[in-house]
Write a protein that binds this ligand. Sequence first.
Ligand SMILES: *Cc1c(COP(=O)(O)O)cnc(C)c1O
Length: 473
Amino acid sequence: MDTHEFRRLGHELIDWIATYRDNIETYPVMSPAQPGEISGKLPRIPPQKSEGLDAILGDLDRIVMPGITHWNHPGFFAYFPSNSSLSSVLADLVCAGLGSQGMSWQTSPAATEVEDVVMDWLRQMLGLSEAFTGVIQDTASTATFCALLCAREKSSAFSQNRGGLQGESTPLIVYASDQGHSSIPKAALLAGFGKDHLRLIPTDENHALRLEALEAAIQADLAAGLKPCALVAAIGTTATTAMDPLEAMAALAQKYGLWLHVDAAMAGTAMICPECRELWAGVEVADSIVLNPHKWMGTGFDLTAYFVRDPEHLIRVMGTNPSYLHTAQDGQVRNLRDWGIPLGRRFRALKLWFLIRDQGVEGLQTRIRRDLANAQWLKEQIDAAPHWERMAPVDLQTVCIRHVPLELKADELALKEHNLAIADAINQSGRSYLTPSVLKGQQMIRVSIGAEATERKHLEALWADLQLAAQEN
Ligand SMILES: *Cc1c(COP(=O)(O)O)cnc(C)c1O
């Protein structure tokens, strides 16, 4: 492809994306594709000769679009919001067009320095003090893995430079809530702690970690001669966006010398609004914090923000320094390859730079406040409606509900089928998409609000559809 062809097709593709966003409401939110349906439309063998890209737009519509679930659809209430603001779409295009590799400062100084600045903007936007330094990672899963590796090396006085965990005589213990994200156990296992040394602490009626159970677990481990190492606090659990009692957990972390990692992957975006920050009071004591601008904030997947208190420690754990990577500026600059797991890094910071400049802090705050108000509106409808139950507090934008008709009240299995049928009816309708999920043995329907395009009228339509589905199923 030459630049002449690129220019022509590129303009067409920008038009195609803009038309898609204009018409997004005409698509069913959840892809109706059956397994194998999309691959069945593709040739099984690669083209031997160039076939050019003339047919590509038609093939996108014919082959790809039926297999897309539309995360930017205003009727998207499933999983979590994953907004891809149009400004960040353009930033991704620039990133790809430059094709630069930001593993070291010298390999593209702008990639490092724009990241330095926008991560500091983000720190200020979240109300975090200058004690924290930010770096971009691919996903929260990777950031939490880094956090537990750092915790492991701190507690073991750098066992990686000796026999690793295999050479340690005292097992290290990790604590998190039983409502924490699956990336936490995954990180603990991958970091070599072992399942026997992971404590998933029970939660209270609001699905937040129970402090006394945490302290009892720490003391039992100490009494057994084990070494408490890391504590992961969920600021916004996966199922209900419950808030762990961070301030008191931070005090325990200090008392027992634990690494404190805050997983605010979804909910962290809310901290751009000062009135939400009491939800993570205590965060200043954290050793590390993760949040995902690629969820509610709008940078498009993937862009995770990882903030650490002690960058020197992170670099000591992650750094590699082979001679072929040495450069003359090493003492004066950040080489971001040493701030995470991959060596190579693309220029993700462009997405945050474009987004923040396009929307401004106030624009982001206005959108978050709209979503918070929409969640409160739905909460009020549920609380006022007979036979609907709310399963958790609505601190932010997740509303967890179920329909409990009188005749099914005592029959958990029938309630499960009834609520699954309601969710299925909504998802098959194509107008909205939400996630049924099980909370401590009870079937519920999760409504996760926060797609950029979602306005009050979309929630009103969803609520009407839910009530109708509850009657019909
Ligand atoms: C989404 C989410 C994660 C995982 O995010 P990835 O970036 O996909 O790895 C972790 N924790 C919480 C609370 C989340 O909401």
